[in-house]
Design a protein around this ligand. Structure first.
Ligand code: ADP
Ligand code: MG
Length: 323
């Protein structure tokens, strides 16, 4: 069981950003409206994720760290009904196998909660504690007992970059959740969770960027498109500022990038790219999310229609702006 956890850990926990991702996805699954992430030394020293979600019942706290104990897949047809992000029940056992974890959680509003401490997969503490409703995960000394994995970690700046990239993308795709990200005590991201994408754009890219945005809002039989694209005079040197969110999930798709660029027609300077945060919603049958294990790549079933829709709407948004 212990060895199995360490092997599984290699798949789930590649680097500090993977821990952040798994803990934050759990917080979202728990219905949190506020999620605070604080990391030290690029997450290698510590990662703390605090949420105001459902909390974990005292009797479920220990089992949450057992492999597959909580797997939500009961039978094949459930695969089509998975709405929550996590469904493997492997994250917590994997993380706990390769770090020192402290969990404080409460599923009630009465100030009573549970504290669990696990070191390298070994349970050290499981006791009652005072806690507010929600969950507070502290993961220290990641990979302390797997030196081979630790050796592969890059610089603190690189590891932090992976964490902040993930948090920025998530904040842009979930403007309804209030996120903070802090590194060594410095606040890198703070969103309000009031649903306002422009506020998140200001938090991620700065107020100048937010002021340079043009709203896009359109729908046809198959697609709803909404969000913001920057005016042609506010550009960047690469595509990293083009965020695509399809059915609530951050994705990358070359065809859509190209459609956005065509929407600018001749307005964009050579080798410059806009800022864009675009939400697309469509029937799940129109998008295949299982193309790549990372789930970042997707394939659309009606590519030409989708691409020309996006291109036309972005062109229209800029023409609107000129009038
Ligand atoms: P999975 O998310 O695939 O179910 P995890 O190992 O990530 O597996 O989490 C195990 C279980 O622990 C979850 O199913 C959930 O019941 C509980 N859990 C983990 N984190 C939280 C959280 N922040 N709030 C409430 N419950 C949580
Ligand atoms: Mg999970």
């Amino acid at each position: 069981e212990h060895i199995a956890n360490q092997i599984a850990a290699g798949e789930v926990v590649e680097r500090p950003a993977s821990v952040v991702k798994e803990l934050v996805e759990n917080a979202i699954d728990a219905g949190s409206t506020r999620i605070d992430v604080a990391v030290e030394e690029g997450g290698l020293a510590s990662i703390r994720v605090t949420d105001n979600g459902s909390g974990i019942d005292p009797e479920d706290c220990e089992t949450a760290f057992y492999r597959h104990a909580t797997s939500k897949i009961v039978e094949g047809r459930d695969l089509f009904r998975i709405t929550s992000l996590g469904f493997r029940g492997e994250a917590l056992p994997s993380i706990a196998a390769v770090s020192k974890v402290r969990l404080i959680t409460s599923s009630t509003g009465d100030g009573q909660g549970r504290k669990i401490e696990i070191e390298g997969g070994h349970l050290r503490v499981n006791e009652e504690t005072a806690a507010t409703r929600g969950t507070d995960f502290l993961v220290r000394e990641l990979f302390y007992n797997t030196p081979a994995r630790l050796k592969y970690m890059k610089t603190i700046q690189t590891e932090l970059g992976h964490i902040s990239d993930y948090m920025y993308r998530l904040a842009l795709s979930r403007p309804d959740i209030a996120f903070t990200l802090r590194h060594n005590g410095n606040t890198l991201l703070q969103t309000l969770g009031n649903g306002d994408v422009l506020q998140v754009i200001a938090a991620v890219y700065g107020t100048q960027a937010a002021k340079a945005m043009v709203a896009v809002q359109a729908e046809n039989m198959d697609y709803t498109l909404s969000g913001y694209v920057s005016r042609p005079d506010f550009t960047r040197a690469n595509r990293n500022g083009m965020s695509l969110i399809v059915n609530g999930r951050y994705i990358r798709n070359y065809g859509l990038f190209q459609a956005i660029l065509r929407g600018y027609h001749t307005l964009l300077p050579i080798n410059r790219f806009p800022l864009a945060v675009l939400q697309l919603t469509m029937h799940p049958s129109l998008v295949d999310v299982n193309v790549h294990p990372s789930k970042l790549e997707v394939r659309f079933s009606k590519e030409p229609e989708l691409y020309s829709f996006v291109e036309e709407e972005i062109r229209g948004a800029h023409q609107q702006e000129v009038l």
